[in-house]
Design a protein around this ligand. Sequence first.
Ligand SMILES: C[S@@+](CC[C@H](N)C(=O)[O-])C[C@H]1O[C@@H](n2cnc3c(N)ncnc32)[C@H](O)[C@@H]1O
Length: 281
Amino acid sequence: MLSYRHGFHAGNHADVLKHCVLISALDYMQQKITPFVYIDTHSGAGMYSLQDEWAEKTREHETGITKLWQRSVSDMPLAVQAYLKKIHELNPDGELSQYPGSPWIAESMLRRHDRARLFELHVNEYENLHELFASNKRFKTEQRDGFQGLNEVMPPIERRAVTLIDPSYEVKTDYQTVVQSVKAAHKKFNAGVFIIWYPVINRKQIDQFEQDFISSGMKNILLAELSLYPDTDHAGMTGSGLVVVNPPWTLAKSLELTLPYLQEELAEGKGDWRIRQLVAE
Ligand SMILES: C[S@@+](CC[C@H](N)C(=O)[O-])C[C@H]1O[C@@H](n2cnc3c(N)ncnc32)[C@H](O)[C@@H]1O
């Protein structure tokens, strides 16, 4: 049974990194007028309160969005500016009370001719997600396994797609399932952009994860990681990263500005960041 609830973690440093990259990718897709589909294999609830008892209990947003909320946008990299603009759009009265999930971010960016497929397995998270998008016919929500869902929606009729794969890794085999699932989807549609999130908990596991992508046969794979603390096997999540298959060609350059900025602001100069081209184009 799944017990992970994203409401305890919404707006933390990992969400900041993931959502900055998601916004950059969706922005890039809009450079062409032709439609695309957004696929979210692990959607979560779609929207979170930063003032409810879950957020109050962990206060994880204080490692992420809360640190950026009052910062001046003028000295921020463009990707962080675009991200912060979105969070301000959601909190127009100037008080940071709500944090968007990836499906809400997508809805705020997709055009009238784009569409989305959203998968979520947890019954309560799904109810919230479903309610949030009930009136949007272009956003189809389904309570089911996102890995299977991804396989079935590939290849998309538009021949243009951004897929976010954002598991909680509660199921330890998720690391292997993620790679297998992206490989299978890529086999059906090798031009898709696939953004895969992972936590930095155990460095050996990440080394293996990277190796599995490197030997997957897929080309053009980028990795970006931001850690708030040095690696350790005893302290839970110390950072997070993204593996991006077919990244927008502008992404690596933009991350070279975004990651050091986030390290300075979120890790207060401690921690670390890295970008690695796992497989060349
Ligand atoms: C990290 S949260 C998603 C957060 C969301 N992508 C965002 O950025 O706002 C992961 C979600 O995946 C769900 N989940 C876990 N296993 C799943 C599966 N096999 N298929 C679909 N959803 C799953 C969990 O219930 C949880 O809500």
